[in-house]
Design a protein around this ligand. Sequence first.
Ligand code: FAD
Length: 528
Amino acid sequence: MSSADALPDGPDLTAGVPLDRLPDGGMLQGHAFGEPVLLVRQGASVFAVGATCSHYGAPLNEGLVVGDTVRCPWHHACFDLRTGEALRAPALRPLSCWEVVHRLDQVFVIRRRDVEFPKQSGPGREAARQPSSIVIVGAGAAGTAAAMTLRREGYDGRVTLIGSEPSAPYDRPSLSKDFLAGTAPEEWLPLHDPLEYDSLGIRLVLGAEVSRLDTSNRSVMTADGRAFPYEAVLLATGAKPVRLSLPGAELPHVHYLRSLADCRGIIAQASSGRRAVLLGAGFIGLEVAAALVERGLEVHVVAPERQVFARVLGTELGDFLRSVHEQHGVVFHLEETAASIAPDRITPAGGKALPADLVVVGAGVRPETHLAERAGLALNNGVLVDEFLRTSAPGIYAAGDIARWLDRRTGRRLRIEHWVVAERMGQAAARNMLGQRQPFDIVPFFWSRHHEVTVSYVGHAESWSRVEVTRSPDSREWLATYSSGDQAIAVATVGRDRASLAAELEFEERNRRTRDRGSRRSAIGASG
Ligand code: FAD
């Protein structure tokens, strides 16, 4: 917004802009009727949609146009330029859509357009018989995205979304960032207006722990004795923090962070404390460190590794992030583990006691597979699912942090704990429950924020043989490419959002070529 006239930035698009200001494939941000609007030219067509991402409000003109879509620079959501529809999580709401007319060599935005979204097409959607009722266990990223997608796909059977937390589905990543730091109010957390579930006919059952899947009677049982019959079920129970077992680990000032309730507990403790110790230097642990610094606490981090983030990001980028935390006053005690915790301090195995009014443990998570295990599903570090996210039992699907799926491209199994991956998996599972055969073969993406620095990561590299790093002299921009042999398998960036989107596109193209080669081979096999 420019402060002088309180209008969004850029030209008034209702007054017209010359077409030659908009090269083919180009974008121009302006405004119409007081709202920020993005013009995008594709050949002879010019589209006009809302200019900010419906997820976190990123400026879409800094993103990437791919065919008839625009991708968000911050968290890689994707929107249809013709309809404004949110095609890919993490965006869950459409962009506004505007009518454009051409007069002489100018384009004008003339009015807002109401859009009816066409049903998405997918192989097998017409022919498929659909289940009469679907129960989703776990009202987090994957479960909520699945419930919404079922309705979006026109499914009119019963949908029940059961979650053990008392709160309606919310934005979990914010718990270690703005919400914890105190810069985002709690009203921003819900993923959807609570009335939306009602209006879509999604039965939301909160505060209910599912205790059993009765696969012979096809019923989901809750701990309070209720039974929910299903024809298809989606397990989306997420993950739970690994808990410490050392003296003092059960003291009330020792916290873990997975849920909104956990986060409220940390905030309450932080408001009366002065010194916090983080046990663990993973992504969530260090995001919490940054948020607590923002709340004015003195923060120490105790972790066993020698270099932070080295295993995921490599040493150069890892060391940079550590230095960012240090510049903000975080003190690291690396190659160190906690031996015991007392009400006012923690004692590391090899060092001097550190005063602590608040201890937050970030020692990783384990997939929450108890239900699946009791139901006799095939497990191995998660619930095993095929490329259509089907478990080993008929009618039962799994998605999100618990699901270890078969990746078509590499032929390997992957289990990935990222918000966007979980949401997209929930969406794909929903479509597959409706009989569309939609293989889950996205390029994984995650982001993580450390003070003023956000890391974006596309692809997946459990290990790599080479990492190539380029950075700007002032270290504001980073691009690290992780390769296995001569093939890039993941790219991490800081301040290079377009490069991150371009890398994602390149990986998608490679996946598509691999898929096409596979289909050609099977066609040749079938005909020969
Ligand atoms: P969840 O979102 O955890 O949802 C699972 C739900 O199932 C939970 O509400 C749980 O209570 C419920 N449940 C479990 N068992 C039962 C049962 N028996 N009956 C009923 N309900 C049950 N990822 C990123 O990519 N970027 C980030 O910046 C990022 N930040 C994060 C910050 C925090 C603090 C946390 C905790 C995670 C963050 N993640 C981030 C990871 C991301 O949130 C997870 O990958 C994602 O939430 C997984 O989605 P899910 O649906 O599998 O599980």
